[in-house]
Design a protein around this ligand. Structure first.
Ligand code: SAM
Ligand code: SF4
Ligand code: F3S
Length: 461
């Protein structure tokens, strides 16, 4: 979550917008599109809720606790509405799409409900609210990609930026609400993506992250439906903009990471050697119930292939503990696969049943909460061991780091990410945000690497 401040304030702006964003990077990117649409209606963003004329909460529905948190925040906003009845409060994003008008029944302060594909309609919906009505648009689209809207970069460090390259998801993993909240998969045209990346580079940005729920299935089609640009080709186009513009991407579905993508990553030094490879489980029966389309053996084969083509690639993952009917033995398969894969880091969750999903309709959420938690804790222990061992193995090696700013703890230190996406901290000396430096790693914790700069990387030589 973040309260946000726009770095560009339109001269005509007279009113204040406060946006809080929850959920994934796609939602952060969407808030930047919303800020741009609102800027055209005369709103500038503020970091202070008390100064707002409009409050938007851009929500996530992925797990029950994500939604509970939003309900809590809305409750905290009640006094603001009471003291300023003209204040407009809108719920945007995946929870808006999932719950639609039910939100209005449960929380009176909400004036506006807008789903992820309806943000262009916000100015019209605000006018409707100003005329005294509640306003709702949760229509999903098969075409909307907001391609030509230039996002207002929010809370930007001026070095790294997100670019949304596709929307929606066609995969229907049985546990997941995203296909219901974000609709069908569609890709943005490659020209607008490359233009956005080039503009960011011209404005001084040094890293772009290409975003989608499943970026590896990116495809730009011609009018006859033929693929004219796949994900590997898009990666190449963005990598060619400039050697000192780093390219990252997320998220990948393991089934779609092709050899062509791996070899494109290998070919360009500025495509970061990091793949997010969300396995969800290590057990083949559970994976079939999850509708992930791969099994344990296939995952191992692909992990070996990634390591063969890109021996120095960082790999991270997502894991769910306690999915419907998962036995203790099947949970142990996940642990075993984690030991085999040695992921650099992982996002680890307990299964949370989402109404309307295939799993909710078909399978009993039958693993007791304490068992889900115990299995999650075991998964976390193994991940911590792996992260610690892999980080320790970096000691004595040199990493190329793009400096993103000061360390959160002290302005005596700078922070940045290695090619593999590890967080690296080092004494600031005279180095600056946006520079590339070579850092000799001297110490490691489970989450970070610590070292000292041995050389400034100069791309002009
Ligand atoms: N598209 C990505 C993929 O296919 O892996 C991930 C999208 S989802 C926004 C991020 C992660 O949330 C998933 O990888 C999964 O681990 C987790 N997740 C999704 N639905 C969940 C649920 N019902 N309960 C717990 N975790 C869930
Ligand atoms: Fe959800 Fe699966 Fe789509 Fe990822 S690929 S967003 S987990 S349905
Ligand atoms: Fe959440 Fe929607 Fe992202 S459900 S994880 S904000 S796509």
């Amino acid at each position: 979550m973040r309260g946000v401040l726009a770095d560009t304030i339109p001269e005509t702006a007279t009113r204040n917008l406060y946006i809080e964003t929850y959920g994934c990077a796609m939602n952060l990117a969407d808030s930047e599109v919303v800020a741009s649409i609102m800027a055209d209606k005369g709103f500038k963003t503020t970091q202070e809720m008390k100064d707002a004329d409009v409050i938007f909460v851009n929500t996530c529905a992925i797990r029950d606790n994500a939604e509970s948190h939003v309900w809590g925040r809305l409750k905290e906003m009640r006094p603001y509405k009471r003291s300023n009845p003209g204040l407009i409060i809108g719920v945007l994003g995946c929870m808006a799409e999932r719950l639609k008008t039910q939100l209005l029944e449960k929380e009176q302060i909400i004036d506006l409900i807008v789903g992820p594909d309806a943000y262009r309609d916000i100015p019209q919906l605000i006018t409707q609210v100003e005329e005294g009505q509640k306003a709702v648009n949760v229509l999903l689209s098969r075409e909307e990609t907001y391609a030509e809207i230039t996002p207002v970069r929010l809370s930007s460090n001026g070095v790294t930026a997100f670019i949304s390259i596709m929307r929606g998801c066609d995969n229907m993993c049985s546990f997941c609400v995203v296909p219901f909240t974000r609709g069908r998969e569609r890709s943005r045209d490659s020209e607008s993506i490359v233009n956005e990346a080039r503009e960011l580079y011209t404005a001084g940005y040094k890293e772009v992250s290409l975003l989608g729920q499943n970026v590896d299935s990116y495809k730009e089609l011609d009018l006859e439906g033929n693929i004219i640009c796949n994900f590997a080709q898009l990666l190449e186009k963005v990598a060619l903009i400039a050697p000192d513009l780093r390219v990252r991407f997320s998220s990948s579905h393991p089934k779609d990471i092709t050899d062509e993508v791996l070899f494109t990553m290998k070919k360009y030094t500025n495509i970061c050697k990091h793949i997010h490879f969300p396995i969800q489980s290590g057990n083949s029966r559970v994976l079939a119930l999850m509708n992930r389309t791969y099994d344990n053996a296939w995952l191992k084969m692909r992990l070996e292939r990634i390591k063969e083509v890109l021996p120095n690639c960082g790999i991270s993952t997502d894991i769910i503990s306690g999915f419907c009917t998962e036995t203790e033995e099947e949970h142990q398969d996940t642990i075993e696969l984690m030991r085999f894969a040695k992921f650099n880091f992982a996002f680890m969750y307990q299964y949370s049943e989402r109404p309307g999903t295939l799993a909710a309709r078909r399978y009993a959420d039958d693993i007791p909460a304490e068992v889900k938690l115990k299995r999650l804790q075991e998964i976390i222990v193994v991940q911590h061991e792996n992260s610690m061992a892999l980080n320790n193995a970096e000691i004595g090696k040199v990493q190329t780091v793009l400096i993103e700013g000061f360390s959160k703890r002290s302005e005596n230190d700078l922070r940045g990410r290695s090619d593999k996406s590890a967080l690296v901290l080092f004494p600031a000396e005279n180095y600056k945000k946006g520079q590339y430096v070579k850092v000799l790693i001297e110490r490691a914790s489970q989450t970070s690497l610590f070292g000292k700069v041995i050389e400034l990387v100069d791309f002009n030589n």
